[in-house]
Write a protein that binds this ligand. Structure first.
Ligand SMILES: *[C@@H]1O[C@H](CO)[C@@H](O)[C@H](O)[C@H]1NC(C)=O
Ligand SMILES: *[C@@H]1O[C@H](CO)[C@@H](O)[C@H](O)[C@H]1NC(C)=O
Ligand SMILES: *[C@@H]1O[C@H](CO)[C@@H](O)[C@H](O)[C@H]1NC(C)=O
Length: 558
């Protein structure tokens, strides 16, 4: 047997040492890389309404797409998985923060067409109902908006963003559980079965689809394929647009090709407000950002700490929240399209002096009549979707998208597979007028918050009238009451309706309810807690993404 020479032993020892050191290094590197707690992500994440759409957004990011690419892909998917909430027949507001910290708002909400029913607002409901019919259709902005944000921030080819959804729409998907539930709500079932929507959402017996059925949108798949190939112009000046206008005309509507051709995306700087150590970037009017900022500005000054939920302090905290909501209701009419109205109509909502003055009008021991808050009772609305995305490069997108109410006004275009919005009903209970080209006021408030320490929170919500209070409560819980993002969003909501009645979501603390009634608050009878908040936060290099479980959502990231 050959004896090892001393120099060989030396060599082996050295090799062994090198190997050991390398292994330790690799191990430490892997520890550092997975240094984020389980359930959080290191690189990027998407919080959409559904797991399927969050995953489609995530896949787009992993293929090298930007947060904007991911948001568009997730929203296109949502138009198939939650077609009641949004689609290419609607409009959106995107709040986008780049790595350098500049925040832009792309507003492509629907506008009033050139020709419209001049006395339309006389038809506004005075109590909650779904407004149906083609007279409520606004000029859809969705695809012009995607085109604009993609041009500015997109990294993957336009067509790539449509591919996953075209596959779903054509091949079909098992009825998503949430949609299946919604379709069987009494008012929605009626809404769908009596309308042209039944072509895609009913079985042969003209009964809404159920769990176990396959949901398919073959016409929409064709339309998306053409738009993927030819771009948004196919919709705004091409064959798709012509087909859509023909269908709207057949349904009694007024939209013209000229309306589509002249649609313009509005790009502006976000408004920025201070919430203590945090700055919040909000979309300006006619979006609902200023109302949200006003609400949170009132709450910030109480001030709140995690102890504010202890014992009887909890009643005080929610009393203040309800009072803030009542004043916010009284200010709803300040939100309107600045291009067509007083450009400064909402400026006071972010003015600290005004906020302090209103806070001084909140009593700890009582509530007041509607006139105290300047509330004129109107009716509330439901609908919409939100997606929050954060990518590896630090681009953040907060996007709220809608066709307004559930399935819009129940107008389906058979030639294109597109479901039309009923956005003009957003003028109801707000101003008294509408003009061609004007954007209706909105509660939509996709926002981005950044803390002094570099933390980011990308958040927004859906649920029509519930948006402002649902997003305000989530942010309040997260910033000041010591909750993590998941708990902040899951906490049962108290919603003050547009008559200033107080409505408690299922699970709201019973003894607090009793305490609030003793302060004079009146219970409402709002049955539709369709408030949904989706958020993504980044703190110390780790990303937590939460999709609201109320809509059975699930986020995705890597
Ligand atoms: C349609 O209705 C008939 C009679 O009620 C029933 O037997 C059949 O199963 C229904 N079909 C579907 C697809 O629901
Ligand atoms: C409800 O709130 C009260 C007052 O803060 C608290 O003592 C009680 O434990 C809460 N109940 C539940 C079920 O959380
Ligand atoms: C409520 O508080 C105000 C001052 O904050 C006080 O003037 C008033 O007397 C109180 N009312 C009741 C019923 O305690």
């Amino acid at each position: 047997m050959a004896k090892y020479k001393p120099w060989m032993v030396c060599c082996f020892t050295l090799l062994f040492l090198i190997c050991a050191v390398t292994l330790v290094c690799v191990f430490i590197a892997s520890l550092v890389d997975s240094g984020c707690p389980s359930g959080s992500f290191k690189h990027a994440a998407v919080s959409a309404d559904s797991q399927r759409c969050s995953e489609i957004g995530r896949n787009i990011l992993q293929q090298g797409g930007s947060a904007v690419d991911g948001a568009i892909a997730a929203l296109l998917c949502t138009s198939v998985v939650n077609p009641q909430s949004m689609g290419i027949g609607g409009g959106s507001i995107f709040t986008i923060r780049n790595k350098a910290g500049n925040v832009k708002v792309y507003n492509f909400r629907e506008t009033v067409p050139q020709s419209f029913k001049t006395d339309l607002l006389n038809d506004c409901p005075t109590t909650f109902r779904l407004t149906t019919g083609s007279q409520w259709i606004g000029v859809p902005g969705e695809l012009r908006g995607y085109e604009a944000v993609h041009k500015q921030y997109g990294k993957l080819p336009w067509a790539k963003l449509f591919e996953p959804t075209i596959r779903l729409a054509r091949g079909g998907i098992p009825m998503p559980q949430y949609l299946g539930n919604i379709l069987h709500f009494h008012i929605v079932k009626d809404h769908v079965e009596k309308s042209s929507l039944c072509e895609v959402l009913c079985n042969k017996n003209r009964t809404v689809l159920s769990k176990g059925d396959i949901l398919k949108f073959p016409k929409l798949a064709e339309t998306m394929e053409i738009i993927a190939k030819q771009g948004a112009d196919a919709f705004y000046s091409g064959k798709i647009g012509q087909d859509l206008i023909q269908d709207i005309k057949a349904a009694g509507g007024n939209l013209k090709m000229e309306d589509l051709k002249s649609f313009q995306v509005r790009v502006e700087d976000a408004w920025t407000v201070s919430l203590g150590n945090t700055r919040m970037h909000i979309p300006p009017p006619p979006a609902g950002g200023a109302l949200l900022a006003f609400f949170l500005g009132l709450m910030k000054g109480f001030p709140l700490t995690p102890n504010s939920l202890d014992g009887d302090q909890k009643i005080q905290t929610y009393h203040h929240f309800i009072e803030a909501a009542k004043f916010a209701n009284g200010q709803r009419r300040s939100i309107c399209d600045p291009v067509f109205n007083n450009r400064k109509s909402a400026d006071h909502l972010i003015d600290p002096a005004f906020i302090d003055r209103i806070r001084g009008m909140i009593f700890s021991n009582r509530t007041h009549d509607n006139s105290y808050y300047n509330v004129k009772p109107s009716s509330d609305q439901v609908g919409t979707t939100h997606v929050s995305v954060l990518d590896e490069d630090g681009l953040a997108v907060s996007a709220t998208s809608t066709i307004n109410q559930i399935f819009g006004g129940a107008i389906y275009s058979p030639r294109t597979g597109i479901i039309l919005n009923n956005e003009l009903s957003d003028f109801c209970g707000r101003g008294g007028t509408m003009r061609a080209g004007e954007q209706p006021p909105s509660s939509m408030s996709p926002v981005i918050l950044e803390s002094k320490s570099g933390g980011l929170l990308v958040i927004g919500g859906s649920g029509g009238s519930l948006i402002t209070s649902a997003v305000a409560m989530s942010i309040m819980n997260y910033l000041w009451l010591g909750m993590n993002l998941k708990d902040a969003i899951a906490e049962p909501l108290v919603f003050v309706d547009s008559r200033n009645n107080v409505n408690f979501e299922h699970g709201f603390n019973e003894s607090v309810k009793v305490g609030l009634r003793a302060l004079g608050h009146k219970d409402g009878d709002w049955p539709y807690f369709l408030n949904v908040v989706n958020g993504v936060e980044k703190e110390n290099g780790c990303i937590v993404a939460v999709s609201d479980s109320r809509k059975m959502g699930m986020s995705a990231g890597y």
